[in-house]
Design a protein around this ligand. Structure first.
Ligand code: F6R
Length: 361
């Protein structure tokens, strides 16, 4: 039932082109997305929460909401809801993201938020699970069952779903015209194709990269803008399935402390995302800072970043704008985590100490 693949994790990474298209088709004229967008467009404050990978999808949502809908979103990790507990949430909306729909921390954040007057939109992969049942509106991803403990295909289907909500919100709030909205939504139809491109362009190189990283103990993953949540997700995936210590930071933060650890051959992965025009120079100087300390610099980026100097190993996922870039960039990073686990002899489907669904605090 692993579809000919040695592990569920690999099978689920490879399923992304299909499940992204299915999620798109399921949501493209959905009433739930429309209702969620109206609620969010009219909200006083908008919050987004989740745990682990779902929180990272929430950070991508916050990014798109400010860039496209012009509306700031406050992201918080669901186990930290207490920070907002004493606030009256009347007129505010919380987006609660949970693949399983059962994560206790996320459930408690949503209960607390509703009890203090707020409305909740759930984004989940499991129809009828507790989190969507207890929410005002439920929007479902269509990733199908995910067996591997590490979230892979569910992450990008969450990103797709949240992007559609962000675009619809931009339409209701007047930040996008009808035709701009239609054009952007139409582009998301190609999310699955972008994932195929990312996979095909990286699959061989990722194997080389994984064998060159196998004896390392630490890896930094750095990004800017949209690259920040994608870096967090890459580091989480590497950590949980390979047990190598991978840590992600916004690239600009690296000089405020983390760079102290960098010495000869320390691997630093840059996740380089659009818009290139805004980021290229800054990422270039981050690469040089690392390089001058002897770091081994790795780039996983869209095509324009190939002109960066000082990169030792580059994976070019192709040319994509900021709407489609995550679908091309994330699969290579997931494949890297998977390959690292395999070369180190770990079972990527069942990482030690982890459960697929965390129902205790
Ligand atoms: C990481 C991972 C976990 C989950 C987290 C939330 O690969 O699987 O970090 O993302 O436990 O789970 P859900 O989305 O079910 O609430």
């Amino acid at each position: 039932e692993k579809g000919g693949y040695p592990h569920y994790m690999l099978k689920e990474i490879m399923e992304q082109p299909r499940v992204l298209f299915e999620t798109y088709t399921g949501l493209v004229s959905s009433r739930e997305v429309e209702e969620a967008a109206k609620l969010i467009a009219e909200a006083g404050s908008v919050f987004v929460t989740g745990a682990g990978t779902s929180f990272h999808a929430g950070l991508v949502f916050a990014y798109y909401m400010s860039r496209i809908a012009g509306k700031p979103v406050i992201p918080f990790i669901s186990s930290e809801y207490a920070v907002f507990k004493n606030i009256d949430h009347t007129g505010s909306v919380l987006i609660a993201i949970s693949q399983s729909g059962e994560t206790i921390d996320t459930l408690q954040a949503l209960r607390g938020f509703r009890a203090s007057g707020g409305r909740v939109v759930a984004v989940s992969n499991v129809v009828g699970s507790t989190i969507p049942r207890e929410s005002d509106i439920a929007v479902y991803t269509r990733a199908g069952p995910e067996i591997g403990v590490a979230a892979t295909k569910t992450f990008l289907t969450q990103v797709l779903t949240l992007s559609m909500i962000a675009l619809a919100t931009a339409l209701y709030s007047g930040s996008l015209t009808k035709s701009e909205y239609r054009e952007a939504t139409e582009r998301l139809k190609d999310a699955g194709r972008a994932a195929s491109t990312g996979i095909n362009r990286s699959i061989r190189q990722v194997e080389l990269l994984a064998s060159s990283l196998r004896n390392k103990t630490n890896i930094y993953v750095l990004g800017r803008g949209l690259g920040v949540p994608l870096s967090y997700e890459a580091a989480l995936k590497i950590k949980e399935v390979s047990y190598l210590h991978a840590e992600a930071y916004p690239a600009g933060e690296s000089k405020h402390g983390p760079i102290a650890l960098v010495e000869k051959d320390f691997p630093v992965v840059f996740v380089a995302t659009p818009p290139e025009a805004e980021l290229l120079e800054k990422i270039q100087s981050n690469v040089m800072e690392m390089k001058s300390r002897g770091a081994s610099t790795i780039l996983v980026g869209t095509s324009s970043y190939l002109e960066l100097e000082g990169v030792d190993f580059a994976i070019d996922v192709g040319s994509f704008d900021e709407i489609l870039a995550p679908y091309a960039l994330v699969p290579p990073l997931q494949l890297l985590a998977y390959r690292l686990a395999v070369v180190l002899g770990r079972d990527p489907d069942k990482p030690r100490n982890l459960a697929k669904t965390v129902t205790v605090e």
